[in-house]
Every structure is written in structure tokens, then in C-alpha cells.
Design a binder for this molecule. Structure first.
Ligand code: URA
Length: 209
């Protein structure tokens, strides 16, 4: 699908299977969310611009590539996005973090905002929005609406697992925001859960159910 990158790397696919397995412990789930996010981060940053900088190796002076421009922003959608953001920070420790507090109203399935905090100059930076599950797409669309209101124009969205309806909703509301995911499932159930999915990512990360 246009604008959607499925990361088919065997390590990512193996880890996603561990996440889908209902018998995986909370500890394993949390660890593997973080590891998978690190691998997805590698993919989403693949085309970042670089510039040559002057350095000295122990042997000689040389020019070598370094990432150019302002530091990235990771924008986890609370709370399930937090563990993914940690995995991305393992790879890009100098990144800034914007927290977006949204929850899904269980009846309307619409996103409700309760917290929003970004770096002051977020509009000048590439923002990678992070949420493990792209289900209906309502939360992702609301988060990106809000970031655009705050002046952000350069965004990417990364999830562990997408559902076709969520991808379609996000692509239609924000065609300028490309999506990365480990897989896309076809359906949602009546409660907005991805089928077969992996269950409630927040509850499985934090052991709240
Ligand atoms: N959020 C989750 O945590 N899981 C789903 O399947 C859908 C939304």
C-alpha cells in the first residue's frame, strides 16, 4: 500500500510472533517491544541526511559522514508508545521526546487528549510518532492533527502492528505522513481490537490486566 512500509526483516517478524503469543510473559513482552522498536527505528531513519565532518582517527585526519540537521523528536502516544520510544532512544540517544497523552474512549473509540508536551522548536524537527497499535487510526490521526497545530510539518508514524482500516484512515487524513509497521492485519473486532493482533499493548506492557 502506498505510504506503508512493512519491515519484513526476519528478526522483526520473529519478535512480532513473540509479541502476538498470549503465553509471552509481561517481562518478555516489554523487552521485545523495546527491541522491535529499535529495529523499526533503524528502518525509519534509513534516509536521514548526512554531511561530512572533519575528524581525526588515531592515524590520520579525515572527513566522515555524520547525521546533519536538528535532532530528531520521538513522540510516543501515552502510554503504550513509551516502551517503543525507549527502544528508539537506545539507537538515537540524543533525540528529543514529545509526550502525547491520548486515550481511546471505549464507547466511541475516539481519541481524547489529556497531555501534550513537546520541545519548543518542534516545528523545525523531524518528528517520529510512535504507537504500537494502529487500529482504527483515530488516535494516530488526532496525535498528528495536534502536532500539526503545534507547527510540525515533517512527520513519520511507526507502529508494531497496523490494521488495514487504521492505515486507510491515517493515509486519508494525513497522506504526507508515511507509516512503518512490522505487519498489517486485515480486521478489527467490535471493540476496535486488531484481529488476530496481539491484544492490548498497554496492558501487556505494564501488566494492568
Ligand atoms: N490498541 C491495542 O492495544 N490493541 C489493539 O488491538 C487495538 C488498539
Amino acid at each position: 500500500m502506498d505510504g506503508l512500509t512493512i519491515v519484513g526483516h526476519p528478526l522483526v517478524q520473529h519478535k512480532l510472533t513473540l509479541l502476538r503469543d498470549r503465553n509471552s510473559s509481561i517481562q518478555l513482552f516489554r523487552t521485545v517491544v523495546r527491541e522491535t522498536a529499535t529495529l523499526l527505528c533503524y528502518e525509519v531513519t534509513r534516509d536521514l541526511p548526512t554531511e561530512l565532518v572533519e575528524i581525526e582517527t588515531p592515524v590520520a585526519a579525515t572527513r566522515a559522514p555524520a547525521i546533519s540537521g536538528k535532532k530528531l523528536v520521538f513522540a510516543p502516544i501515552l502510554r503504550a508508545g513509551l516502551a517503543m520510544a525507549e527502544g528508539m532512544l537506545d539507537l538515537v540517544p540524543s533525540a528529543r521526546v514529545a509526550h502525547i497523552g491520548l486515550y481511546r474512549d471505549p464507547f466511541s473509540l475516539q481519541a481524547v487528549e489529556y497531555y501534550f508536551k513537546t520541545p519548543d522548536d518542534v516545528g523545525d524537527r523531524l518528528v517520529v510518532v510512535v504507537d504500537p497499535m494502529l487500529a482504527t487510526g483515530h488516535t494516530a490521526v488526532a496525535a498528528i492533527d495536534r502536532l500539526k497545530e503545534a507547527g510540525v510539518s515533517d512527520m513519520r508514524f511507526v507502529c508494531l502492528l497496523a490494521a488495514r482500516p487504521g492505515v486507510e484512515a491515517l493515509r486519508s487524513a494525513h497522506p504526507d505522513v508515511p507509516i512503518w509497521a512490522a505487519a498489517m492485519d486485515e480486521e478489527l473486532n467490535d471493540h476496535g481490537y486488531i484481529i488476530p493482533g496481539l491484544g492490548d499493548a498497554g496492558d501487556r506492557t505494564y501488566g494492568t490486566r
